[in-house]
Design a protein around this ligand. Sequence first.
Ligand SMILES: Cc1cc2nc3c(=O)[nH]c(=O)nc-3n(C[C@H](O)[C@H](O)[C@H](O)COP(=O)(O)OP(=O)(O)OC[C@H]3O[C@@H](n4cnc5c(N)ncnc54)[C@H](O)[C@@H]3O)c2cc1C
Length: 518
Amino acid sequence: MSHSPSHVKDGQLVPSTPSSPAETLRGNALSPNQVTEGASPLDTDWAPLRDVGIEVVTRDDAAYAQARKNYNTRVARYPAAIAFCASSEHVSVTYHFARQRQLAFRVRGGRHSYEELSLMDDGLIIDVSRLKQFKLLERDGEFHALVGAGMRQEDIYQRVGALGFVFPAGTAPTVGVSGVAQGGGIGMMSRAFGLTLDNIVSIQLVKPSGELAVVSESSQGLDGELFWALRGGGGGNFGIVTAYTFRLHRVPELTVFEMRWRYEQFIEVMRYWQKWAPETDRNLTCQLTFETRGTMDAGSNPMEVHAEGLYLGSPEALQHLLEPWARAVKPLEGYPRVERKSFCETTEFFASFDGPPHPYKTTGAFAYESLPEEALKTLVRFLDTAPSRQCSLWMQSFGGAFADKAPGDTAFFHRKARFILEFVGAWKTGSLVGAQCARWSQGLRDALLPHTHGTYVNFVDLSLSTPGTDKAHQKFLGMYYGDNVQRLRDIKTRVDPDNVFDFEQSIPLLTKAPEPAR
Ligand SMILES: Cc1cc2nc3c(=O)[nH]c(=O)nc-3n(C[C@H](O)[C@H](O)[C@H](O)COP(=O)(O)OP(=O)(O)OC[C@H]3O[C@@H](n4cnc5c(N)ncnc54)[C@H](O)[C@@H]3O)c2cc1C
């Protein structure tokens, strides 16, 4: 059977025409009244999906343990079945199958949701990780990549790197493009080329109505609104993405740098970095990592402050940019180190955040202004008292191309942020300090609230929800989406009126306006 999900016409993704036997299952786009009452996912007969070539893994299968597992081992969820779709047609068929039987489902891409929102107990997981097509397209002198929603960041880096292009996305190789691109895509080229989502040309998806469609920069009306919402609204809200086309870039020369300081220099490093990094040459994006003491771990920990960055230019020009910082806050002997690298080598250099799956409770915040002294002291206090040395604090500079767009240009709101902070509450598998680490990261987030604005939807955080409260009044909405909440809710109401794509922190429908009195 052909697994071609779409074809490319005039450099654009075009959904393929339906073909049997899947067509029999899929039928036409569903309307709510076509949904029939049915069995729960636990006693569903999956044969109709298997008959059209979709691998469905259930609890009885030897493959289940691996098929179920996501990256954050803090959260264990046990779905009834995982359907591994290998084409957009498979996705469409599986979605219709679920709708016809009213099965609860979640969509999964690269398995890296911080709260495992791509998994659910007892439901069906529609997994897109086998959608791995890649095609280079040329259109009006620009180069684009058509990328299946199952690609991981490293898959794309390797493909575009081999063709002499670069692709702006995050640092961890195994994170899925599916989730990254719908929420943002913050990485080491954000100041030069914006977020991953700023480079999206078109998106192919199965809409909540069941229609397989393509929305793009040229879409009008509700499709235009959907294209806006899919760039920053976060995964799982507006349908199932099956492919993206991204704008690619060429960069003649790339250089990385690395600097280290003693932990005691923390405040000096921060004072300089937070003023300089968001303002410097936009070809330089820079991250800072602060290690913690780990009060409940055995042994001593030589704590250091690290900075790494990527510069789109020569080692000499980068040395020149770093010189004033290194003069103002003297780094450890031998730093800064700078090195010219190929694009793929730079992605390997920044890959350190992607260890094996482990437990963590991580959250974040955006800083719109430099943090005042009082906030820096709060950071030191938390770094000194982190329960495990797996806990850390990470930041990355914005400004440059990240800020070229206004907060309402896409659904990604926080364009005015100068940098992002991530409070990594991680611990070793089997360690008894998990609850303390989770409290540590949330406590740090809360302590900085007077000095920060909202957080990143891709650092999804269920502690920003209040169980039993109407979603429309919960903190997470404003924190992720700022002033874009209303437009997102309006689009959600029109695109998904039955709220089929409903999960713990999905965007709520607008509440109905009261009927006019008769
Ligand atoms: C180790 C690690 C490093 C990270 N580094 C970065 C980084 O450098 N930059 C950055 O910006 N972010 C980073 N993140 C955050 C990352 O962007 C999010 O966790 C992202 O949501 C992961 O996407 P995924 O497809 O891998 O995850 P999944 O768990 O598969 O999905 C995440 C969400 O998207 C939904 N979804 C998945 N696929 C689809 C689809 N095809 N259609 C519709 N909805 C879908 C899911 O239902 C879920 O709600 C990192 C995360 C981790 C764990």
